[in-house]
Design a protein. Sequence first.
Length: 399
Amino acid sequence: MGSFHHPAGARYITRRHGFDYLIVGAGFAGSVLAERLASQQGARVLLMDRRNHIGGNAYDHYDRAGVLVHQYGPHIFHTNSERIVRYLSKFTQWRPYEHRVLARVQDRLLPVPINRATVNGFFGLDLKEGEIADFLAGKAEMREDIRSSEDVVVSKVGRELYEAFFRFYTLKQWGVEASELDKSVAGRVPVRHGDDDRYFSDSFQSMPLHGYTRMFENMLDHDNISVLLNTDFRDVRDEFDYRHVIYTGPVDEYFDYRFGPLPYRSLRFEHRTLERPIFQSAAVVNHPSLEVPFTRVTEYKHLTGQVHPHTSISYEYPTDEGDPYYPVPRPENASLYARYAALADAEKNVSFVGRLATYRYYNMDQVVAQALTLYRGLSRAGLPAPLWKVKDSTREVRA
């Protein structure tokens, strides 16, 4: 059993009764709902997490050298939704930041997503912007039915770029070939015919000025919110009195894996601090070759803008073991999830929200949109919104 943790200004409460909501998971979904229910409805909220910190996978902290790092890999905030920006701006100022990624291919660093510089650098050409589309069309392989991530890529850029940039990176990241992954995975990464080397094209691209953890602390700074860390919901669910549960953890775990476990990919991070100001020329460098076991290297000072004589980096190793990060998008997994979703919809006084609870890969802004939609349903009707409505709410920020 863990102990109560209180963000700056929040009350230290040891009662075990009188909560309106018990929220499982202190990441984006859980924290947004805790804040809205407490500040707008006057609800008494108990927010718990099995980890020893708030913020979920977006948690950041200063390492021993004093460098601000993301414990669970780089989290870049980007969105096209002014509503999401207005909401989060209540709890943080912003540092403008446009994310750029390079890939080490054949001992060269080339931009990702593929753009004019990528094509010219890889093929040793000097094509003009207006020539890229025709060149890639000549390389592309026609596919009548786009089903897999391989289909998506080869139909846009052809076999050579697919093999160099996507195939083995995907194999390391997901543990399966791109030909076995749903088209949605590769569909997230655009192909550009010009010189735009930004990883994202959203209208708003910024980082929380003082970090994600500070933003979450501000979000949870309310007298009606109690935070309980180092605690597994399954161990204490009968020890507290509450009217409604909001669950953001793995949906299969909630139902004790009744139909078997849903497949996830996990990540292992190797963090290092170096006695030098800069390590690499971009925040993230992908390593799509099978010659190294890690997928990418992140240098966090690029993200945060921090000035420091040392720099901290992380190597990212995908794995099947560990905390669940990425739902594996394959048809058989979608069918298994549908069985759990039916149980979730039938569960009384429990709402399921977030990436793990709905078995979907969402960006941070999409999770915030989900949480705000669920909050509106709870505040209007006093009842949880149907699961399908919560999932569909993310469409407004996918553009």
